[in-house]
Design a protein around this ligand. Structure first.
Ligand code: SAH
Length: 210
C-alpha cells in the first residue's frame, strides 16, 4: 500500500495532469506521505486526495502540493521561503531540499509540534517552525524570496506582499470556499504582477492563534 509501485502510480498520474518539474516529481516519489497521515489512513496516502490530519485540517492533495511547488520554483532555485500553514508538514518536506531554507508558520500549536518532530525524524534540517498567525507574515525574517500559503484568505494579506523580496514570488489560493483561484504574484520593485493559475480548494486562512 505504501510500496514503490503505489508511489510510482501517483507520480505518473501527476505527470499526466501536467506536472513536469522532475525535481518536484522526485520529491513526491520519495517523501513518505503515509507518515504524515493517521495510521488508519496510511493505505490511502498515495491516492491523489486530501486527507484529514485532525483539528479540522487536511493534508493537501499531492497534485496541489506538486503544482504549487512547481509554480514557486518556475524562475529557478530559491533562497529563503516562508510557508503559511504548516499543517502536518508535508508541503515543507517536499520543498525543503529544493530551497535554501524554509520558515513555516502554523496557528494550531499541536500541529506545528507534530510536524517539527516528524521532519526531524526524516533528517530534514532546513525548516524552522513557528506557532504564529501567518496573516502577519514573519517580520523578523523578511524579506522572503518565495512565500507559499496553504490556506485561503478572501484577499491577499498586505503583510505578505510587503515581506516579499524584489523578484520574489507569492503562491496563494484566494477566494471563498468553492470559488478559490490559485494565484502567483511576482514582485517587481514596488509593483506586483498577478497571474491566475487554476481553481483550487483549500481550508480558510483564519486570523489569530488557536
Ligand atoms: N501545508 C499543509 C496543508 C495544511 S492545511 C500540507 O502540507 O498538507 C492549512 C493549514 O493552515 C492548517 O493547518 C491551518 O491550521 C493553517 N492555518 C490557517 N490559517 C492560518 C494562519 N493565519 N496562520 C498560520 N496557519 C494557518
Amino acid at each position: 500500500m505504501t510500496s514503490a509501485r503505489t508511489r510510482e502510480r501517483l507520480v505518473r498520474r501527476l505527470q499526466e495532469q501536467g506536472i513536469s518539474n522532475l525535481a518536484v516529481l522526485d520529491r513526491i516519489r520519495n517523501v513518505p506521505r503515509h507518515l504524515f497521515v493517521d495510521e488508519a489512513l496510511s493505505s490511502r496516502a498515495y491516492e491523489d486526495t486530501a486527507l484529514p490530519i485532525g483539528h479540522g485540517q487536511t493534508i493537501s492533495q499531492p497534485y496541489v502540493v506538486a503544482r504549487m511547488t512547481e509554480v514557486l520554483l518556475a524562475d529557478g532555485p530559491l533562497g529563503k521561503v516562508l510557508e503559511v500553514g504548516t499543517g502536518c508538514g508535508y508541503q515543507s518536506a517536499v520543498l525543503a531540499p529544493l530551497v535554501t531554507s524554509i520558515y513555516t508558520v502554523e496557528r494550531i500549536e499541536p500541529l506545528a509540534e507534530r510536524a517539527r518532530a516528524l521532519l526531524r525524524s526524516l533528517q530534514i534540517r532546513n525548516v524552522r517552525f513557528s506557532h504564529t498567525d501567518g496573516c502577519e507574515g514573519l517580520p523578523r525574517f523578511q524579506p522572503f524570496d518565495g512565500i507559499l500559503v496553504t490556506a485561503a484568505p478572501q484577499e491577499i494579506p498586505e503583510a505578505l506582499l510587503s515581506q516579499l523580496a524584489d523578484k520574489g514570488r507569492l503562491v496563494i489560493p484566494v477566494g471563498p470556499g468553492g470559488r478559490q483561484q490559485l494565484l502567483v504574484v511576482t514582485r517587481k520593485g514596488n509593483s506586483f504582477e498577478r497571474k491566475t493559475i487554476e481553481p483550487v480548494s483549500f481550508v480558510p486562512l483564519l486570523e489569530g492563534l488557536r
